[in-house]
Write a protein that binds this ligand. Structure first.
Ligand code: FES
Length: 87
């Protein structure tokens, strides 16, 4: 598990293996839109403010992956114990 902080509200949620970051964020009140929920459409794109995302989408180019400043929370997870998202 890892933690995700929703920067706009200051809420922190724990993301267990059974939950997507998107689902965990929604349970904490985030209203992020989504469509495919498979990391292919880009609808759920979210800005990463801190932490290192574990990208599992098929959208980002290598340099975008390395930059780590945005992620697709329907599929992507975290390499760090904590992610801070602009949600
Ligand atoms: Fe399609 Fe996340 S909902 S990439």
């Amino acid at each position: 598990p890892f933690e995700v902080e929703l920067a706009r509200t200051g809420t922190t949620v724990t993301v267990t293996p059974q939950l997507s970051v998107l689902e965990a964020a929604r349970r904490a009140g985030a209203t992020t839109l989504s469509s495919c929920e498979q990391g292919v459409c880009g609808t759920c794109e979210t800005t990463v403010l801190a932490g290192v995302p574990d990208h599992r989408d098929t959208l980002l180019a290598d340099h975008e992956r390395a930059a780590g400043d945005c992620m697709f929370p329907c599929v992507s997870r975290s390499c760090t114990d904590r992610l801070v998202l602009d949600l």
